[in-house]
Design a protein. Structure first.
Lengths: 426, 245
């Protein structure tokens, strides 16, 4: 170890290598992190009720309505249905008339007393956007807004369609811009915190802007990707630098393969360490500054899951980058490895599409399918990125982490021999 | 008494993917200057890399022992001068010497003290401020040779050291090897039969990845072309004629 440290220190002292290894990529990486924080700030401000400045297109035609109802035009009539007690069974509530038969695209307002509830705000909110607004105690179409007697409103979408229906409420009606701001505030207040129903989730999946999980995941995932990219590039860069300079073989012979590779890992770790030391405080203070203390509030309840997620994230992204990097090195030996190089990206994109597709049919079975996808390395990379938001069971994330780690070890072991044999061709 | 090394190979197989590069069932040879001869692709460089631990054999082992029956550790006891005389292209010769001395001795100034004689002997003073990419092939080889000596190895492995050298430089290098053999042993891979015959005391001839012949120069001459051949060059020539016939 002492010899490896000594060698690593000697390598770092080569000026050209030090500049290309540390200075330039570090500068780029920190700029990337800052850019990402700026984007997060813009995102949070755009969805925050304090600053609803988004210009929205004409309200007469809307593509969301086209998808939901087969026509993009405003809905002609909003049926307000105040549910009543069943004459045969007073504990059970039923729709007041046949036209009020519930449909999954309806919205229900769950209140303690449906008969006396003033629904004018919600009528105004959903007029022209949906067909039926149910005022009831327990009825549950795809969108349920719970209005407690005191406290904050809660909205829950049971499917992607439900989320789409909810988004219709935000479409601006008034022409005047200042009135739009008031309308936006009123809708946000009326709907309250938005949650999404996922049967496999370990907790309520909150989509509210107050939920810090979204900016947290959006900043940590790129951080891990950049760190691993830096580490793989460092490894390649040192090997390439010495082979381009024609001295890889004599150096490895003079120091021993083991010492040389250990030194390579030390240099790599130093590079990644520098990046993390430079970027983590920026990320932390940036997140606290732009989102307030809420960023970590919602995550504090899920610390074991978040820790397991970080472990799974590092091993999963490491697997992808190592597979791509090995393919890149082997490219010089075998043409077919060009294909092998893009396999992780194709598999990960397919997994993302499949995972997203399961939301079309809201069911417990689809929840199980999502769990299976999330637990498979590479295929489940996209759902893994979203874990702080979707909150699956910790065992699902643990399986992903375990399989990824085993695969990383296998890939490295199987390829070590190849690198040894092709050292002079690297 | 010059230091010698003993090369012991047992059941060695080395391959590059599907291609078997070396297959030596058994070989044992001792000497102060070992010559490794053979055509291109005979397995000379592969054997050197295997001795240095740069290549892992698929089977078998190579053990290099010294005259005290100790086993040589590649990174500690051996130095390697590769075929192309590899020198850092990006930095000056002096910086490369400093890097090497820092790695091998922990002191970047070693080349100005104990290593000074090699800098002078190999006429490197004029080259110290030149970058590696500005050097000719012969100059690069001299730099790499100096680095090898500065490592103070028990065994110096030279891969094709006389390739591309003019007569004067060839003679200079031969003289250096003659001088240095009192301090260390050499294993030299070469196509130059005439040179190797003059400086080596044991020879290994490889052919198609296996040993064609090994032993003293006389033994190898006899083995390759019969007793009447007195020079290694003639013996090899004779051997080639036999193969062609």
């Amino acid at each position: 170890m002492r010899r490896a440290l000594h060698l690593a220190w000697s390598l770092i002292q080569i000026r050209h290598l030090a500049v290309s290894l540390f200075l330039f990529p570090l500068l780029c990486s920190v700029l990337l992190v800052v850019g990402q924080l700026v984007l997060t700030t813009l995102f949070i401000r755009s969805v925050a009720p304090e600053a609803p400045t988004a210009e929205i297109v004409k309200t007469d035609f809307n593509p969301v309505r086209l998808v939901l109802y087969g026509s993009g035009e405003r809905r002609s009539h909003l049926e307000v249905c105040r549910w009543i007690a069943d004459s045969n069974n007073p504990t059970r509530e039923v729709p007041p008339r046949a036209a009020c038969a519930p449909d999954s695209l309806d919205v229900s307002i769950n209140v303690a007393n449906p008969e006396l509830f003033d629904a004018s705000k919600f009528v105004d909110m959903f007029e022209g956007q949906i067909d039926r607004l149910h005022i009831c105690r327990n009825c549950k179409p795809d969108v349920v807004i719970t209005v407690p007697e005191s406290g904050k409103h809660q909205a829950r979408a049971a499917s992607m369609y439900g989320l789409a229906v909810m988004s219709l409420a935000f479409l601006p009606k008034p022409e005047d811009r200042s009135e739009r701001v008031d309308q936006y505030r009123s809708v946000r207040e009326g709907i309250g915190d938005i949650s999404f129903y996922m049967p496999e989730a370990s907790d309520v999946v909150t989509l509210s802007s107050k939920n810090g999980a979204i900016p947290f995941a959006a900043n940590i995932v790129p951080l891990v990707i950049i760190a691993l990219w830096l580490s793989v590039r460092a490894h390649r860069k040192v090997l390439d630098y010495f082979s381009q300079n024609d001295v890889l073989l004599p150096l490895v012979a003079a120091t021993g393969k083991r010492t040389f590779y250990s030194a390579l890992w030390i240099v790599t770790a130093a590079r990644v360490g520098c990046f993390l030391v430079a970027s983590l405080p920026v990320i932390y203070f940036g997140l606290v500054d732009i989102s307030g203390v809420h960023v970590f509030d919602s995550l504090r309840e899920h610390i074991p899951l978040i820790l397991m997620w970080l472990f799974a994230l590092v091993s999963a992204v490491a697997l992808c980058t190592i597979v791509s990097s090995i393919a890149d090195l082997k490219h010089r030996q075998a043409f077919r490895s060009v294909l092998y190089r893009y396999v992780p990206i194709i598999v990960a994109l397919s997994g993302a599409a499949l995972w997203t597709g399961t939301f079309i049919v809201p069911s417990v079975t689809m929840g199980a399918v999502r769990n299976v996808i999330t637990s498979i390395p590479i295929l489940g990379l996209a759902p893994l990125f979203a874990v702080p938001v979707t909150l699956p069971a910790i065992s699902v994330v643990a399986i992903h982490a375990l399989i990824s780690t085993v695969l990383v070890i296998l890939v490295l072991r199987n390829n070590a021999r190849w690198f040894g044999a092709h050292l002079e061709e690297v | 008494m010059h230091p010698t090394v003993t090369l012991r190979i047992t059941n060695l197989k080395v391959s590059y993917a599907e291609l078997q590069a070396l297959d030596i069932p058994r070989l044992e040879i001792s000497g102060g200057v070992l010559a490794l001869l053979g055509h291109n692709g005979a397995g000379k460089s592969t054997l050197i890399k295997t001795m240095l631990g740069l290549l892992d054999p698929a089977r078998g082992e190579v053990v290099v022992g010294d005259s005290n029956e100790g086993i040589l550790v590649p990174e500690r006891d051996m130095a390697f001068c590769p075929e192309n005389g590899a020198v850092f292209a990006d930095i000056s010769v002096e910086q490369y010497l400093q890097l090497w001395c820092r790695i091998k001795h922990g002191d970047p100034r070693y080349y100005q003290g104990a290593g000074r004689s090699y800098v002078e002997r190999l006429s490197l003073s004029q080259l110290l401020h030149k970058r590696g990419r500005e050097l000719s092939k012969g100059q690069r080889r001299r730099v790499q040779t100096a680095l090898g000596f500065m490592s103070d190895p028990k065994l110096f492995l030279f891969d094709e050291p006389f390739d591309g050298l003019d007569v004067q430089r060839t003679n200079e290098l031969m003289e250096i090897v003659e001088e240095e053999r009192s301090r260390r042993a050499f294993l030299i891979s070469s196509h130059r039969m005439d040179v190797m015959e003059r400086i080596s005391d044991a020879v290994i001839v490889l052919e198609g990845g296996g040993p064609r012949s090994f032993g003293t120069v006389a033994d190898v001459c006899a083995s390759l072309a019969g007793q009447h051949q007195h020079s290694l060059t003639d013996a090899m020539r004779c051997h080639l004629k036999d193969i062609a016939a």
